[in-house]
Design a protein around this ligand. Structure first.
Ligand code: ZN
Length: 490
């Protein structure tokens, strides 16, 4: 029976996905009001209530591709987790991270359709927690929630400045959109505004039908906008709407359950907060198994142990970074940066650890380095990085040759038609001066360019205009080595 229900729900979602006009929607949560919320809204006093702070466990699944790329970095997860808790503070709900981050390397889940998303959740869900999956593309959305399973979030929509995580957890705790009923339609297409849409009463400005119309919360005003919208300086919508009686209004963009842009949104209404708390206390009391008080890391100071400030590392290509434990911390992010010759900082590597030390290998010769430590714990992702501590490395160039070489050197498309550009990509662990050359197979250089390539992914377009069809070599060359790729021009 359970399987059957789930299948039909999946089929519904797939049908919705197929109908979606925009490939990149904000939220893929199915429309409608969950039966539990209907019951609650019909008679809130029949439900257990409490004013106490509720602690709610999250399992955070970080999903990457098959080859282990694309995992959302832990510091970004913590930034977003901090925003999530701030969004829920007025609702008196505090989330905590249960267990370790769960890394899943699976391309089908990393960029998934609803079917694969459901399968992922059934496979990896940890019971009695809200399961949050951070992926590259959750069925083409910024996020979605499945009431019976969990939520999926797009990495790009899960930053410190976004409220997508709060929005999807809002759904998971029973909230519909403020524009409930209007999903998939456009209010401009209706003139005059009908009194019902998709079988649901349309909410009026005077509020007389607020208990049955829209999201059925009377403290969220009417809202008919089901695609993302920018707000005015007072956070109301630019779009002026007209209700079925002819009264005009603008939507309230402060509400996280609307589709206003993230910079407009900041809150849940009191009625929404009460409903989410009642959902936890009644339908999801299994989530409330650990109500031990939170530990916060305000004013956490980090004291380095080694290397000593300004030390010169001369005899090895590894260094131990160690610091005094911070009271209350469950883990740390260590950020190691390189000072470029121009004086600006390049983040070289970041290490999440539950220890109070990391060993860094593969350092570059003859450089100035800065490192910082950011403590966190299961309740608190809001602590920033410590002050920077400095050291330098001496000259041990012979041992580090491989570390500076470009990786993931790719040329596409290959083959390419003459006259069309080639895209050349490579990844660098440090900024490097390179030359990029095009040779005949006999080794004659036809074309070349000098590049001040930067740290990380570099992408260069190379024209093929005057080339005869045939095989060529493209070389990426720098002071310490050369790499070549064959390319076929047709
Ligand atoms: Zn939504």
């Amino acid at each position: 029976m359970k399987k059957l229900l789930l299948f039909s729900f999946a089929a519904l979602l797939l049908a919705l996905a197929a109908n979606a006009q925009e490939p990149d929607e904000y939220c893929g949560t199915p429309p409608g009001i969950v039966p539990w919320l209907r019951d609650y809204q019909d008679n809130p006093s029949a439900f257990l209530r409490s004013n106490e702070l509720l602690y709610v466990p999250l399992t955070i699944h970080i999903v990457g591709s098959d080859d282990g790329n694309g995992f959302y970095p832990v510091p970004r997860v913590l930034d977003a987790f901090c925003t999530l808790n701030r969004d829920f503070e007025p609702s008196n709900i505090q989330f905590f991270i249960e267990g370790e981050f769960n890394y899943i390397a699976n391309t089908e889940y990393y960029d998934h359709d609803y079917g694969a998303g459901f399968e992922m959740m059934e496979r990896y869900n940890v019971p009695n927690t809200i399961n949050c999956y951070i992926v590259s593309s959750p069925a083409g959305n910024c996020g979605y929630a499945v009431y019976s399973l969990g939520i999926a979030l797009n990495k790009g929509c899960t930053t410190a400045a976004d409220h997508t995580w709060a929005h999807e957890i809002g759904h998971y705790l029973s909230l519909p959109h403020t524009f409930s009923g209007w999903e998939g339609t456009s209010f401009q297409d209706f003139d005059p505004t009908p009194s019902s849409i998709n079988g649901r009463p349309v909410e009026r400005v005077d509020g007389v039908n607020c208990q049955n119309a829209g999201d059925r919360f009377c403290d969220t005003p009417p809202d008919y906008i089901s695609n993302r919208w920018s707000c005015r300086s007072d956070n109301s919508s630019n779009a002026l709407q007209t209700d079925p009686t002819g009264a005009t209004f603008r939507s309230d963009g402060t509400l996280i359950m609307s589709y206003s842009f993230d910079e407009c949104a900041s809150r849940f209404s009191e009625g929404q907060s009460d409903a989410m708390r009642a959902n936890l206390l009644n339908q999801r009391s299994n989530l409330l198994y650990d109500q031990s008080p939170a530990v916060y890391l305000e004013n956490a100071n980090v004291t380095p142990i080694t290397p000593s400030e300004g030390a010169m590392i001369t005899d090895a290509n590894s260094v131990l970074l160690e610091w005094e434990p911070v009271v209350g911390a469950d883990g740390y992010i260590v950020q190691l940066s390189l000072l470029s010759t121009l004086g600006f900082e390049i983040v070289y590597r970041s290490f999440p650890t539950t220890d109070t030390r990391v060993e860094v290998t593969g350092l570059l010769s003859d450089r100035d380095w800065l490192w910082r430590v950011r403590p966190y714990n299961r309740y608190d992702g809001c602590t920033g990085y410590s002050n920077a501590f400095a050291f330098e490395t001496g000259n041990f160039i012979n041992t580090t040759r491989e570390q500076v070489a470009p990786t993931d050197f790719n040329i596409r498309p290959n083959p390419q038609r003459a006259g069309n550009d080639l895209t050349i990509e490579f990844d660098l662990p440090v900024a490097l001066d390179l030359s990029l050359n095009l040779y005949t197979m006999a080794g004659k250089r036809i074309h070349g360019m000098q590049l001040n390539a930067h740290y990380g992914l570099n992408r260069i377009e190379m024209p093929t205009g005057h080339l005869e069809p045939g095989l060529y070599l493209i070389g990426l060359e720098h002071a310490q080595g050369k790499q070549f790729r064959k390319i076929l021009i047709q």
